[in-house]
Write a protein that binds this ligand. Structure first.
Ligand SMILES: O=C(O)C(=O)C[C@H](O)[C@@H](O)CO
Length: 266
């Protein structure tokens, strides 16, 4: 019995659009609700949400097979990736990747020897169904999926080199951090940033790798899909919840509905 088949990895490799939602509430109940909404993938965010390994594990259990969980590491450290894989994440999103060397290190972190340096602890790991998947160790490498984030000018300059690294399964553009690095903090929608994003998507695709992004702007999301982006997240649980509760309170309290912050793009 092999490691679970990574349907998300297969889908993006086949060019099948995957629509996602970002999870920032760091809560298993909220994750279960969102996973049942119908999104192809959901991001358990270890970078910007108040998550710990136990909270991320609980969310993976709650999500179950309702949607494909993509777990974002807080940073691309080998030991962190090892722990995320062991709690059962098969698809890992790593922020702030700027060079091919970094990407190569991340590929090694994702894979068991001899391909990589992932530590062998599967006998105690949720990833192996607590040692109930007899062939986990010999099949796991095929089913992990590494998504790297390019979100700075330096990273954008290196897109081809990063995408060319064998074992990088997708390249995600981070528009908020890219805008900040370009001098447009909080303004990912300005034309010069959008031009860089569109150029980046085209170059990722030309390099033969799936492209991904996050935007809560429906028009932009459709544009990115038309440009060929494959894994596109179209909102976050936090923003949806915050805006819906504010609007409901305003409706009954006779308050003016607060305009959602335009600074994030999601
Ligand atoms: O820089 C970005 O944009 C991203 O990395 C995506 C979102 O901002 C994400 O960080 C939401 O928390």
């Amino acid at each position: 019995m092999p490691a679970p088949h990574n349907t998300f990895k297969a889908a993006i490799q086949n060019g099948e659009s995957q629509i996602g939602l970002w999870l920032g509430m760091a809560n298993a109940y909220a994750a279960e609700i969102c996973a049942g909404a119908g999104f192809d993938w959901v991001v358990v965010d270890g970078e910007h949400a108040p998550n710990t390994l136990p909270t991320m594990a609980a969310q993976l259990q709650a999500i179950g097979g309702k949607s494909h969980p993509v777990v974002r590491a807080p940073i691309g450290e080998t030991w962190i990736i090892k722990q995320l894989l062991d709690i059962g994440a098969q698809t890992i999103l790593v922020p702030m990747v700027e060079t091919a060397d970094q990407a190569q290190q991340l590929v090694r972190a994702m894979n068991y020897p001899p391909k990589g340096v992932r530590g062998v602890g599967a006998a105690m790991a949720r990833a192996s169904a607590f040692n109930r998947i007899p062939d986990y160790l010999t099949t796991a490498n095929e089913e992990v999926c590494l998504l790297v984030q390019v979100e700075s000018r330096a990273a954008m300059d290196n897109i081809e080199a990063i995408a060319a690294v064998e074992g990088v399964d997708g390249v995600f553009i981070g528009p908020s951090d890219l805008a900040a690095d370009m001098g447009y903090l909080g303004r990912p929608g300005v034309p010069v940033v959008q031009a860089a994003v569109e150029d980046g998507i085209a170059r990722i695709l030309k390099a033969g790798k799936p492209a991904g992004i996050l935007t809560a702007d429906t028009t932009l999301a459709q544009r990115y899909l038309e440009l060929g982006a494959t894994f596109v997240a179209v909102g976050t649980d936090v923003t949806l919840f915050s805006q819906a509760t504010s609007a409901l309170a305003a409706k009954f309290k006779g308050m003016p509905a607060a305009a959602p912050a335009k600074s994030s793009g999601y």
